[in-house]
Ligand binder design. Structure first.
Ligand code: FMN
Length: 191
């Protein structure tokens, strides 16, 4: 896949074949890739907590919030939940400001996951206190983002947003997940 195909396929997937588990090696390889990412002032303050056992994924799931725009959907049901998570932590002993580093590494890991036939979703809406407690994360670390991963079981379709307000993603009767993207003409600023 070239970069265009990879980016197009790299959607936010929230439903998975939960039984298709990911092993620690796969997650570790994703983290290894983040060593190639840019980092503000090259501080590299991010650390990673890997979760792929059922015991751990069951603990993490209740602390994540899914697809805020789809009001009548409580999130993935049992059997379609992520098979693994990478919790991206900021090490406050290195810096208190993690800048945009978490987004850069999360997208890099998701692109690599897609290349392997996997997929996932960045989750920023997190019950951080609850997650810290169930995983026993020391105060030294800030919970920045969680990357949910698995073998996607849903189809996501991109479409051009029709108006500047048309940004809510939605599901149709065939259960396809539609994501509006602003057209290029709206992105370019002419001064
Ligand atoms: C920083 C960030 C945080 C996000 N947090 C959540 C979240 O908490 N829950 C969720 O279901 N999706 C979350 N998403 C996914 C977005 O909803 C998704 O990117 C958007 O709907 C566009 O879909 P696409 O990623 O397929 O282009 C997040 C995305 C980003 C970049």
């Amino acid at each position: 896949m070239n970069i265009h195909e990879l980016l197009k396929k790299s959607r936010s997937y929230r439903r998975f074949y939960e039984d298709q588990r990911l092993d620690k090696e796969t997650l570790t390889e994703l983290v290894e890739l983040t060593r190639l990412c840019p980092s503000a002032a090259n501080r590299q303050p991010l650390k990673y907590l890997l979760a792929c056992s059922r015991e751990d994924t069951v603990k993490i799931f209740p602390h994540l919030r899914w697809a805020g725009a789809i009001k009548d959907w409580p999130g993935p049901a049992e059997g379609e939940r992520p098979a693994a998570y990478i919790v991206i932590l900021g090490d406050t002993q290195i810096t208190k400001n993690f800048d945009v580093d978490p987004g850069i590494v999360a997208q890099s890991m998701l692109l690599a996951a897609v290349e392997q036939g996997l997929g996932g979703c960045m989750v920023g809406s997190i019950d951080r206190a609850g997650l810290r407690q169930v995983l026993g994360i020391p105060d030294r670390f800030e919970i920045t983002l969680v990357v949910a991963l698995g073998k996607p079981s849903e189809t996501v379709v991109l479409k051009d947003a029709k108006t500047p307000h048309d940004i809510d993603y939605w599901r149709d009767q065939q259960d396809l997940h539609h994501v509006p993207k602003r057209p290029l003409t709206e992105l370019l600023v002419e001064l």
